[in-house]
Design a protein around this ligand. Sequence first.
Ligand code: SF4
Length: 359
Amino acid sequence: MHFLPAQNFDCSQCTKCCRGWRISVDPTTQARLQGHRLGQSTLEQRDQRFYARKTPQGACVFLSSDHLCSIHSQLGADHKPRGCRQFPFRLCRTPDGIFVGVSYYCSAAQSNHGRPLPAHAAELEELAAELPLIGDRPLPVHGRHHLKWSDYRTLDDFLMRELQQGPVEMVLGQALWALCQSTGGGRGLAHYLELSEAALLPPEEPFILMEEHFFALLVAHCEAPTAQREPFRTALQSHRPVSFERFAGWRGSLAQLRVPPSPLGDCQLRRYLKALVFRKFLVARRTLLSNLAMLYLVPTLFSFWAALSQISRNAPRPEEVDYFRALDECENKIITHPNDLETVYHDVAEGFLDQLDFG
Ligand code: SF4
């Protein structure tokens, strides 16, 4: 097993992971619960899958008032749904071994609370053994293009090395450029990674356009003339206009947001991006190219979400940027989201409108 270096975790019983989302109950757990009183009226079935019911406050029905899981306390930890036993660990079984990272939606993982990850090896081994092997067959990149696992590791190594210190947008742009080139040119990915820095100076226009397109869609959605959306638009417009440098030439109101430079933010962002690559986010669920495009958007959205606290009138710390909120949003809206870019922008925009209270 390979564990994300310098990462700690122990549950702090904040119960954040037991609220707010649908808790899937795997068939084994469902069968175990069926014969127990805990299973009575606590599960619901949708699309041939079982889920834990939620309380009116949005918490899992199994969460007790003492902040403990009643399945865990009454039947034992290994009777909990598989997803609950695994959270916040992110496991990926590959030809090079099992990679263990964490979800930064977990507050203990965010604050690096607890024992080093290898202390959890015994409990993770059983869960990891059931995972499908990723990389034994060529990985889908885009269309009919595929990549061998060994070539993917070249990309992975490049990102882990360069994200340590290089300008993050540039490094991600290089990776995206090289991957696109390798699907059309006759040379391997390593060749294009070598050329990528020179090729992207000055920055390659299509990538800038991609970002602008994403933000244009976002603003178009937010600025739709409905009563619900009006406060959001007004709040953005009344915020003191300081240019958001990377989008200075763009006319949308989101360009007025200011993200103050902060060593903490840069450090959090690098740590987050490297953790995503380490846990093999790029080969999970979507094609490699889609995931890399999503990763390319993370720095911009991270800055944006971090800055939202500055424009929300009811924010607890309106003068500070909130990096933990940014981590939450990135994990929720992009990284764990199974859908395409169009759906992501829709959900991101709806999330802004739902979560912020502009008073
Ligand atoms: S089943 Fe238990 S661990 Fe899983 S969400 Fe519900 S209360 Fe939390």
